[in-house]
Design a protein around this ligand. Structure first.
Ligand code: NAD
Length: 260
């Protein structure tokens, strides 16, 4: 067992999760990186962060669509580092289709990965946090946890659901020095989003800048992407002593999207 705090970030081999993991490592925490695969590239991410930030960073494979693997991830992290102080439920996927055509298997996968996994990891982490006398649970929701968009029924349902889970967990643990909050990003330029730009350019016959401004950032009033570093800094803040009385709420980092 080490004196350093330990964080798990689910779905952290790319995008927002990776940036949060890197910010926590920079902040001196032990960090567990996670995804559903188990490749040398996954372990190399942990090794790079360990070296660059002189932190203890390990990769643990766990498929967030499977209840037992969600719970095993928390147990493995505790075996490795003694406890879990910060849990970031970040793993998430998307599928876009009209509700009457929405494939059932996509609905089930999105609800499992984007919502139910957070129930399992949280349930597994709470006894450890109670024993340690403190803890922070941070759920990466979305602007879609607050408002909807057409053709995203499963994603919007899962993200609204995680807002409810956030509030309930916060109330249950309010006297245990464990907080639970959500971060609601707007459009963030992750590799996933970057990969969509060429297709959108073709589909709309627009140049890159016009696609970003008129199509992708249509509802984001700043007309700028949020950066992964900005989400990571918000997570570092929510994990800090300054945030100990922030509980059961969310921080929107969406360029004004949900002010409309
Ligand atoms: P991303 O695709 O870059 O990263 C997702 C991560 O989750 C990857 O590491 C992937 O391997 C992992 N993952 C996927 N399925 C998994 C599974 N079954 N088990 C374990 N890991 C799994 O996506 P991102 O844009 O960084 O999104 C991260 C989170 O932020 C998601 O919850 C997403 O809904 C949320 N979010 C993203 C945006 C955005 O614009 N990018 C906006 C709002 C909210």
């Amino acid at each position: 067992m080490t004196a350093t705090r330990t964080a798990i970030v689910t779905g952290s081999t790319s995008g927002i999760g990776l940036a949060i993991a890197e910010a926590f490592a920079r902040d001196g925490m032990n960090v567990v990186i996670n995804s559903f695969s188990d490749t040398p590239a996954d372990h190399a991410i942990a090794e790079r962060l360990s070296k660059e930030h002189k932190a203890e960073v390990v990769y643990i494979k766990a498929d967030m669509s499977k209840a037992a693997e969600c719970r095993a991830l928390v147990a493995r992290a505790a075996e490795e580092f003694g406890t879990v102080d910060v849990l970031v439920n970040n793993a998430g996927i998307q599928h876009v289709a009209p509700v009457e055509d929405f494939p059932t298997e996509k609905w089930d996968a999105i609800i499992a990965i984007n919502l139910t996994s957070a129930f399992h990891t949280t349930a597994a982490a709470i006894p450890l946090m109670k024993k340690a006398g403190s803890g922070r649970i941070i759920n990466i929701a979305s602007a879609h946890g607050l408002v909807a968009s057409a053709y995203k029924s499963a994603y919007v349902s899962a993200k609204h659901g995680i807002m409810g889970l956030t509030k309930t967990v916060a109330l249950e643990l309010a006297q245990d020095k464990i907080t639970c909050n959500a971060i609601c990003p707007g459009y963030v330029l992750t590799p996933l989003v970057e990969a969509q730009i060429p297709d959108q350019m073709k589909a709309h016959n627009m140049d890159r800048e016009t696609v970003i401004r008129e199509v992708m950032l249509d509802r984001q009033p700043t007309k700028e992407f949020v950066t992964v570093e900005q989400i990571a800094a918000t997570a570092v803040f929510l994990a800090s002593p300054a945030a100990s009385q922030i509980n059961g709420t969310h921080i929107s980092v969406d360029g004004g999207w949900t002010a409309q």
